[in-house]
Design a protein around this ligand. Structure first.
Ligand code: UDP
Length: 331
């Protein structure tokens, strides 16, 4: 029996595919390669380039590979872009998931692990955020993810579809062995941008807002290692397989780091000067996002391993250095 990983050539998807293979799972990947990279998926893993909206292709994959579970990453996932192109977010994220669910039901597949996001909470009412806190997204990206969670819930009621929705906080780091890393084009995420400054690929990093109501005035986020996220997907699938139960879970470390602290950690790890300049706030950015992941730890039996920001930055840095052919830093 095989796990279909949609979006398996993207950042979190490709690390999860690697992790699943290490666990001895049979995996097939579908990715449209708009943001993902073919070389991020192991050669030995069957790979299809295509769209989730192509139900014929999906059907073919389910039948040819004997798919019995799905881990669903494929989505448009940039907050800023979603503010500018909301309809394409509805089309890709909701439309793609709808056709995926239809094909799952047609093939009697009823297990899915879904990539949701902390963006479903919008401006949080409580810190740390718990799963039953109000979900009021402030951008179309978060809205589409929340709508999909609800679609899954109703599909469970009607058809017994078992799902786990994982609300990630800020994914960071890279495979500790340096085989994979974060490679977006264009890059919008803080840590890879700061590391690109350290590598002289960029002149400076802009700090989006230094007048937030936080200790140093910059936004605070909960960074979670990409391999811990990969492990959480595996744990989630095991819960559905063994207990036939799903649920909604936050994935974070329960600790917040400000933008300034992240930049300082990057300076410490890289031992390079990193120029930063203060800039205006980015629309839709809440001041503080910190997760309570207690529910995931208890019910999914998930325990994050790389909780130290320095380790996350070191793994990311090693991968960046490898891309440029330079030596690595040890931890
Ligand atoms: N950020 C920043 N400069 C950048 C990119 C990001 O100051 O060039 C800030 C951003 O405002 C947020 C934090 O860094 O507070 C993390 O942003 P990122 O885009 O990495 O992840 P997000 O929180 O949007 O998922």
């Amino acid at each position: 029996m095989t796990i279909l990983v949609t979006g398996g050539a993207g950042y979190i998807g490709s690390h999860t595919v690697l992790y699943l293979k290490e666990k001895g799972e049979s995996v097939v990947v579908l990715d449209n390669l708009v943001k993902g990279h073919r070389q991020s998926v192991l050669e030995e893993v069957p790979f299809y380039m295509g769209s989730l909206n192509d139900e014929q292709l999906l059907n073919y994959i389910f039948q040819t590979h004997n798919v019995d579970s799905v881990i669903h990453f494929a989505a448009s996932s940039l907050v800023g872009e979603s503010m500018k192109e909301p309809l394409s977010y509805y089309e890709n994220n909701l439309g793609g998931t709808l056709s995926l669910l239809k094909v799952m039901l047609k093939n009697n597949v009823n297990r899915i692990v879904f990539s949701s996001t902390a963006a479903v909470y919008g401006e949080p009412k409580n810190i740390p955020i718990q799963e039953n806190d109000p979900a009021e997204p402030t951008n179309p990206y978060g809205e589409t993810k929340l709508a999909i969670e609800k679609m899954l819930q109703w599909a469970d009621c009607a058809y017994g579809l078992k799902y786990v929705a994982l609300r990630y906080f800020n994914a960071a780091g890279a495979d500790p062995l340096g085989r994979l890393g974060e490679n977006h084009d264009p890059e919008t995420h803080l840590i890879p941008i700061v590391l690109e400054v350290a590598l002289d690929i960029r002149k400076e990093v802009k700090v989006f807002g230094d007048d937030y109501p936080t200790e140093d005035g910059t936004c605070v986020r909960d960074y979670i290692h990409v391999m811990d996220l990969a492990d959480a997907h595996y744990c989630a699938l095991q819960r559905i397989r063994k207990e036939n139960k799903g649920g909604i879970y936050n994935l974070g470390n329960g600790k917040g780091f400000s933008v300034k602290e992240v930049i300082d950690t990057c300076r410490e790890v890289t031992q390079r000067e990193i120029k930063s300049v203060n800039s205006h706030q980015r629309p839709g950015d809440p001041a503080v996002l910190i997760a309570s992941s207690q529910k995931a730890q208890e019910e999914l039996k998930w325990q994050p391993k790389y909780t130290n920001l320095k380790d996350m930055v070191t793994h990311a840095w090693n991968w960046h250095l490898k891309q440029t052919g330079m030596a690595q830093t040890s931890i």
